[in-house]
Design a protein around this ligand. Sequence first.
Ligand code: NAD
Ligand code: MG
Length: 337
Amino acid sequence: MATLYYDKNADLSLIRGKRVAIIGYGSQGHAHALNLADNGVRVKVGLPPSSRSIAKAKERGLEVAPVAEASAWADVIMVLVPDTAQPAVYEREIAPHLAPGKTLMFAHGFNIRYGTILPRVDVDVSMVAPKGPGHRVRETFQDGSGVPALIAVHQDASGSARQLALSYAAAIGAGRAGMLATTFAEETETDLFGEQAVLCGGVSALVKAGFETLTAAGYQPEVAYFECLHELKLIVDLMYRGGLSYMRYSVSDTAEHGDYVSGPRVIDARVKDAMRSVLAEIQNGTFARRWIDENHQGRPWFEAERAKETRHPIEEVGVKLRAMMPFLDPVTVKPGE
Ligand code: NAD
Ligand code: MG
């Protein structure tokens, strides 16, 4: 059984006794900084002087400083800039200000797991990885609930790295939902696998394949859109509340029968083989190495793929249909935004 911690296992006074630098003020950064500050923790947000986020953070009453200055001031440095930007920011602006007794924290294990950040051995290195987007971390905190988080310790020079990580996680609200003990390797590998095989890659490919099959057979794209994309949320909402059983309980017996008969034909042994290859490339570092190289080259393949995907027919029909359903609060994202 996994080890789960809750508020009762965390001592908030530990993090309240520290100066915490939050490096970056994006999805996770704003949520961590505001939740910690609301909990009485001394916080300074570290941002480059050119950052447009400086004004936003100051508006919310937060102190802002250049990354190096915030890192020098802090006892705990939480790195919340994009994973691909972290090694350069770390080398130039964080590492020179690390000293024994300080703690370096991450919300994802990528750079530690793949060795693109190698912290000196006399500092604590830990992880608090919320299992949800940053805006949910803030919203749930404000309504009295929380987003669960994974907790891990990579280096424990002080002997108290885990207790401090739990205190930090509880201070951003995770102790209300559950703080699950893991390792940097497990968090990184399962996170990458989940987003590639199931959550982002798998689901997008399944939705597109269904849409393409129906439209190629001559059915109307609008009907295919509702069937393969729009309804997915309704099905996932049922799974979220009561697992596969509750979804199957709620759909018709015909749908449930079709699920058992055709699900395993579509997601078959070949798909499982492909999933195992995806996992192997995550474990042996192939995926990480390619993504790091792609970033070094200025992301030519990634940007081309992004632009191509926005021109897929399901995206074109989707924009029109969602515009007719303002209650969905539709948003349109253009490439590069
Ligand atoms: P983000 O892209 O939303 O925000 C990044 C922030 O860093 C922005 O404020 C940006 O201005 C700043 N920034 C960019 N380059 C910088 C630089 N060179 N120096 C200083 N600041 C810089 O990032 P995010 O999604 O919040 O991700 C932060 C970390 O949290 C990552 O490790 C990510 O894996 C992890 N994480 C994210 C989520 C999520 O849902 N977004 C969930 C769990 C963990
Ligand atoms: Mg994830």
